[in-house]
Design a binder for this molecule. Structure first.
Ligand SMILES: Nc1ncnc2c1ncn2[C@@H]1O[C@H](COP(=O)(O)OP(=O)(O)OP(=O)(O)O)[C@@H](O)[C@H]1O
Ligand SMILES: [Mg+2]
Length: 286
């Protein structure tokens, strides 16, 4: 999946502080072009803040943030807008404007960043709707009229409205049932391969990590530890140990390594989760 070794995102010595709370301290993080980078860490460790800082929505206390070689914390006006047109974001919550239809949601960034005619905008909307696997009639629905999985797809269509080179996803499969989550992973993987996207994805979903991430960044002690999953597993850290080697981590790993365990295209752990949910329990967040 990785296309070249040039970092497309480079974060150096990042420090983020809210009042007395230091969230990131001398954090270094980089993502290569064409890579699918997963970000994991306990709740409140600063995963969303890291994404928001990279895309310039959060001003860091100090540090250097470069995307496409440009410092996102220093850009203003047109320069910032030009850079923003090169990435798409699927936020953790409220990814869509609830008062706009799916089509209008996808159209919003197109209108903001281009001078395309109404007809061309419509064509682009149709392409994006089908690209993320939504039926054409979903375009005229409001977010409240869609299922959770369809809303995620619509959010992705909006994030990709402008032929983004990087897509930032914050918990894209959270709240989806195991089949919906597996399908969403497949979609991301397919889009990554066909469009050559760079994907930065915050997730708690171990199956997603195993299925589609080239490397994973673990937020720990206000910094990140980066590596492939096998590399991370060798790290002597109790959180990493529990996360990757606990029962869920082992199930996800087994499913990845033994294709025989795939049931109707689903990994073993997701199949188990479906079975569990059919028995009345739900697949809870780790
Ligand atoms: N604008 C803000 N003002 C003050 N504190 C903030 C702000 N944004 C985030 N924080 C704090 O920074 C910490 C990290 O928040 P963040 O949202 O990045 O966590 P997270 O790792 O994404 O967690 P989760 O897995 O629950 O989504 C939290 O303690 C949060 O309360
Ligand atoms: Mg978050």
């Amino acid at each position: 999946m990785v296309q070249d070794d040039q970092p497309i995102i480079k974060v150096s010595r990042l420090r983020n502080k809210f009042g007395l709370q230091v969230v990131h301290d001398q954090l270094d993080f980089s993502v290569k072009r064409g890579e699918v980078m997963g970000i994991v860490g306990g709740s409140g460790t600063g995963k969303s803040v890291l994404l928001r800082t990279i895309i310039g929505l959060n001003r860091p206390s100090s540090g250097l943030i470069e995307v496409f070689g440009q410092d996102t914390s220093k850009l203003r006006g047109n320069e910032a807008r030009a850079l923003q047109a090169r990435w798409g974001v699927l936020f953790q919550d409220g990814a869509l404007f609830s008062s706009l239809t799916v089509a209008q949601n996808i159209e919003a960034p197109i209108k903001e960043h281009t001078k395309l005619s109404k007809e061309l905008r419509q064509e682009l909307i149709d392409v994006k709707v089908s690209m993320v696997g939504l039926p054409p009639d979903a375009a005229n629905k409001f977010p409240s009229e869609l299922s959770g999985g369809m809303r995620k797809r619509a959010g992705l269509a909006r994030a990709l409205a402008l032929d983004a080179e990087i897509v930032f996803l914050d918990e894209p499969t959270a709240g989806l049932d195991p089949i919906g989550a597996a399908k969403f992973d497949e979609l991301i993987q397919e889009l990554q391969a066909t469009l050559g996207l760079t994907v930065v994805m915050v997730t708690h979903d171990l199956d997603s990590l195993h299925a589609i991430c080239d490397r994973v960044s673990v937020l720990l002690n206000k910094k990140v530890k980066v590596g492939t999953i096998p590399e991370l597993i060798r790290e002597p850290d109790p959180w990493i140990d529990e996360y990757f080697k606990g029962p869920r981590g082992r199930a996800a790993e087994t499913a990845k390594s033994r294709s025989a365990n795939r049931v109707n295209g689903l990994s073993l752990s997701r199949s188990v989760a479906i079975e569990a949910s059919s028995l009345g329990s739900t697949k809870e967040k780790i």
